[in-house]
Design a protein around this ligand. Sequence first.
Ligand SMILES: NC(=O)C1=CN([C@@H]2O[C@H](COP(=O)(O)OP(=O)(O)OC[C@H]3O[C@@H](n4cnc5c(N)ncnc54)[C@H](OP(=O)(O)O)[C@@H]3O)[C@@H](O)[C@H]2O)C=CC1
Ligand SMILES: O=C(O)CCC(=O)C(=O)O
Ligand SMILES: [Mg+2]
Length: 417
Amino acid sequence: MYEHITVPADGQKITVNADFSLNVPNHPIIPFIEGDGTGLDITPVMIKVVDAAVAKAYGGERQIHWMEIYAGEKATRVYGPDVWLPAETLEVLREYVVSIKGPLTTPVGGGIRSLNVALRQELDLYVCLRPVQYFKGVPSPVKEPHKIDMVIFRENSEDIYAGIEYAAESDKAKKLIKFLQDEMGVTKIRFPDTSGIGIKPVSREGTERLMRKALQYAVDNDKPSVTIVHKGNIMKYTEGGFRDWAYALAQKEFGAELVDGGPWCKFRNPKTGRDITVKDSIADAFLQQILLRPSEYSVIATLNLNGDYISDALAAQVGGIGIAPGANLSDSVACFEATHGTAPKYAGKDYVNPGSEILSAEMMLRHMGWVEAADLILASMERAIASKKVTYDFARLMDGATQVSCSGFGQVMIDHL
Ligand SMILES: NC(=O)C1=CN([C@@H]2O[C@H](COP(=O)(O)OP(=O)(O)OC[C@H]3O[C@@H](n4cnc5c(N)ncnc54)[C@H](OP(=O)(O)O)[C@@H]3O)[C@@H](O)[C@H]2O)C=CC1
Ligand SMILES: O=C(O)CCC(=O)C(=O)O
Ligand SMILES: [Mg+2]
């Protein structure tokens, strides 16, 4: 049926109902992309830990049937030199509904555009969900990391990531700059002859669907606030638009009312009766506030580029990118992945922390309703960290730690399940 993908003989597809709930069989087929760079170290470890947690939680009644699909460098080896994101990979991700991927390399400057971004755009995975939580005992550069408990909703389909960008001195850049000058009255491009130029689309529809998810998450999880993070003072009609549309949606669909004349507003959580405050923060100020007063922030709704920066910054505050999980979501399809990239200098050395991808799998299990297995993974992560047998990133900051390899940490987690 597929050119290079082998569908496991035993196992069934997860399917989606009209209300977007999932039908998860006891033997689901889960597609996975190994990933470039350290992907080849962390993905097999993730699979081993997940299989062990599922076996322990369900005593053999439930089991994941993993199905390898290809993207990035491995796809070029399997499909041919220029095939980075095969059509059948996208087809499978759409068809099988729930998947997990390792990181994929994107060259800086020239070369291919990001496969990670392409995949999100092709499948319209418009929410990048990145929870940031502190595990007791993890070394952190801040004094009170336990006060950080945030969930980032990063818009995943628009903004500067749309890839509408032209190289300096190319015909297209010259044409666009001439159009801006001649037809749009633009006079402020400082060096028009040598400017690369990019376009940042941000829409009301894109903002609304992201904000709707963030607000619903706050309702479902009893969160006290949703903060809209933007740079709308400078980019008035893109980031400023995002802020205004996000506030308007809170009022229109969630019944939020202005606080002291606005723009902050609040509404009562219909499930708990407690207030949810909707507020906003300008991105630069926000980045210092999360260091100084993190407990004031809970759910974060932001644009694509801000969300990218904020994800890594917050991950560092709770101990680094080695334990920063995430998910890319549409209404029906979910593809889980770590926040970090391929860390090429460590590739193939069995060295890095597999924690981010394991915790992404924990989110995946929870999304599938396999909460017992997800809970086991969280508990074993806590116990593994408490045992101080950790990978280099934690070991270098932890007193009395024993450094273990990537696969070694997987084994420590399995031992603590
Ligand atoms: N979703 C995706 O697939 C993503 C892909 N990328 C891509 O990855 C490539 C490399 O990007 P780069 O900017 O270096 O960012 P990376 O996130 O790959 O690495 C930056 C640093 O983060 C630390 N780090 C990364 N992964 C781990 C881990 N598993 N355990 C512990 N520490 C870790 C390392 O820090 P230290 O040096 O201190 O040890 C590393 O040098 C680029 O091509 C980029 O485009 C980037 C982000 C996301
Ligand atoms: O696609 C890439 O190479 C980088 C993506 C990224 O940094 C992210 O999604 O956080
Ligand atoms: Mg990033």
